[in-house]
Design a protein around this ligand. Structure first.
Ligand SMILES: NC(=O)c1ccc[n+]([C@@H]2O[C@H](COP(=O)([O-])OP(=O)(O)OC[C@H]3O[C@@H](n4cnc5c(N)ncnc54)[C@H](OP(=O)(O)O)[C@@H]3O)[C@@H](O)[C@H]2O)c1
Length: 307
């Protein structure tokens, strides 16, 4: 009997790289996808082969291109002859630099329409459309495998599709609307796909990470650290906020923690259609535990005549 196979898009970095490591450690053969990071992908693949002995197939694909997600899934299936877990993880945030290399970040009411069009197109083509297509083709292959098992009176194996969403699907940020829209859209994809997979023992869910320490969160956050004169990174800001009580777990997440959750979420045959946060409690209602903070800030604003 061949080993189970897991495809993870965007596994040349961050959460995806940790996720392929988690599945390889559990005895899976891996389809490792990259876009720009060929060398990183090959190095990760080599390490996983040495550490765990399974097969790791590296596959280049720009999943923002229309047919690329279909080809990626087809290549995986053609090579291994099976697909047990498909994880749609590739993603970009909406962040552009101008010609001087400065980050361009517009608030909702200030966003020029050309900029919005460009960002919506760029972010949605990968985070939403790429994810949709990858899951759609994965479901097709998984249903065919399950149908083959049903035809021989065998109960289908549990197979699973997981989207890496984000708590940005609900967390408000007026400068990050295209990203939030892309992640919110996935919730509905999950619901529809889960309905189709159920009869074949295929579960479909989304894991919604909070802020995690990866290259995507090393981008500048727009707030200057007065001690160094440099902008804080997104990771640094949210780590400080966590320390200050913005979430019950007082630090941002690690890629390995999301990877462990991704493994768990894809091995629960009775959980489907769910979009679940793994976020250190970031999305809990934070007003009440932080009442002292808000009280002090209210006093400060009143003293300064702001209210
Ligand atoms: N880090 C966080 O705080 C956080 C929080 C919530 C959700 N997430 C989500 O987690 C996922 C992984 O993000 P990360 O934090 O691990 O970021 P990351 O380290 O920047 O990794 C992003 C991955 O996506 C791949 N990718 C980018 N453009 C692609 C394209 N056009 N086609 C195919 N793959 C592409 C990259 O491949 P190459 O490097 O090879 O180009 C890379 O492997 C994303 O969906 C992100 O939205 C992250």
């Amino acid at each position: 009997m061949s080993r189970p196979v897991c495809l993870v898009s965007g596994s040349s970095s961050g959460i995806g790289a940790a996720t392929v490591a988690e599945f390889a450690a559990h005895g899976y053969d891996i389809a490792l996808n990259y876009n720009s990071g060929r060398e990183r992908a090959e190095a990760i693949a080599q390490e996983l082969r040495q550490q765990h002995g399974g097969e790791v197939l590296t596959l280049a694909a720009d999943l923002a291109q229309r047919d690329a997600p279909f080809q990626l899934v087809d290549q995986t299936f053609a090579h291994f002859g099976r697909l047990d877990v498909a994880i749609s993880n590739s993603g970009v945030s909406n962040l552009l630099r101008d010609e001087q290399g400065r980050v361009v970040r517009y608030r909702f009411h200030e966003t020029p329409v050309d900029h919005l069009d460009q960002e919506m197109e760029r972010v949605l083509s990968l985070n939403l459309m790429g994810a949709y297509r990858l899951a759609q083709r994965s479901l097709k292959h998984m249903i065919a495998q399950a149908q083959g098992e049903l035809d021989t009176n065998t109960t289908p194996r549990h197979r699973s599709i997981l989207f890496i969403g984000s708590i940005s699907d609900i967390a408000p940020d007026s400068t990050r609307i295209p990203y939030g829209v892309s992640k919110a859209g996935l919730i509905h994809v999950v619901l529809g796909a889960a309905f189709e997979g159920g009869a074949y023992q295929i579960t479909v869910n989304a894991l919604r990470p909070g802020v995690v320490d990866t290259p995507i969160t090393t981008r500048p956050a727009g707030i200057v650290n007065e001690e160094t004169g440099k902008e804080y990174t997104v990771a640094e800001i949210y780590d400080l906020m966590a320390l200050g009580g913005s979430q019950p777990i007082r630090r941002i997440g690690r890629p390995e923690e999301i990877a462990a959750a991704a493994y768990a979420f894809t091995h629960l045959p009775y959980m489907t259609g769910q979009s679940i946060a793994v976020d250190g409690g970031f999305t809990l209602i934070s007003g009440f535990p932080n009442r002292e903070l808000y009280f002090q800030e209210g006093l400060r604003r009143r003293r300064e005549g702001q209210g």
